[in-house]
Design a protein around this ligand. Sequence first.
Ligand SMILES: Cc1ncc(COP(=O)(O)O)c(C=O)c1O
Length: 336
Amino acid sequence: MIDLRSDTVTRPTEAMRKVMSTAEVGDDVWGDDPTVNQLEALAADMLGKEAALFVPSGTQSNLVALLTHCQRGDEYLVGQDAHTYKYEGGGAAVLGSLQPQPLSIQQDGTIALEHILGAIKPHDFHFARTRLLCLENTIAGRVLPLDYIAAACSLAKDCNLTTHLDGARVFNAAVKLGCRVDQIAKDFDSVSVCLSKGLGAPVGSVLCGSRDFIHEARRWRKMLGGGMRQAGIIAAAGIYALQHNIDRLEEDHANAALLAELLGKFDALHIDHGWVQTNMVFMTPPKGTSEALTDHLKQQGILVDPGNTMRMVTHMQVSRDDIETVVKAIVAFYQH
Ligand SMILES: Cc1ncc(COP(=O)(O)O)c(C=O)c1O
């Protein structure tokens, strides 16, 4: 199968499984797992933060961050299509009594600074207390410019808001910009990073921030049921991912660019080339053909998500040859 549905489908390689099988472990809820401690120290160091917390998923990492930044009745500003608003089951509202204030996302993935400013509520008991600005990078494959991040975080700080980055794919952003990841992270109070997407670990995310912030976050993780015991077995995969699988993201980006270029030659298919910055391609097929195309590709051993606009994601288990196979299969479908 060539699976383009997401980079979450990556399976651990032999080398990664080997380090998992020999990982030293302990009870991490007691702070006794040396491999988890090593992963947290490594992640904190790479992201330029004082501390980090290993959590089972990106969703829990973001939720722990929101709960740590905000109190009941507080509000966070977030993109209308951001994961922390749209795709996390409303967890912040359900479990934290936090009010999201969704804001429209521009073509380049940013939220306009004037919209951020305009959404901050005055100190008045009619309003929720605006407490946090939450951004996402990459967002649908697009990379936030460094000067935008600096301006947005500085505006937030001037208005007494804290800042969180859903950096599920922040290493894709760093590779694309050719910068260190801590340059992207430095203006945020907290950053969540997924190990189980393009980096290829089977499970886990790390939430990074100040020592005090992570101390509080640890309490929320426990409350949410995310305290894990001999978690070193999966943390070992995370360490391996951070040490071996970052530079190769470049290949995923090149494969996505190739896919967009080859598909872009066919007038029937609309590709949003401006969005093809990292490992995602968004293709709009002719109206009404998406389901049939998805079925046809499945018969050829290619998995994609149907939809009016189809997202195709490259990752470590998709090769350059696979890209050519996919393009041939799509073109064959429309030439019949
Ligand atoms: C941008 C973004 N943030 C957070 C998450 C949540 O990660 P998880 O699936 O590990 O809960 C995802 C998952 O796809 C994501 O794409």
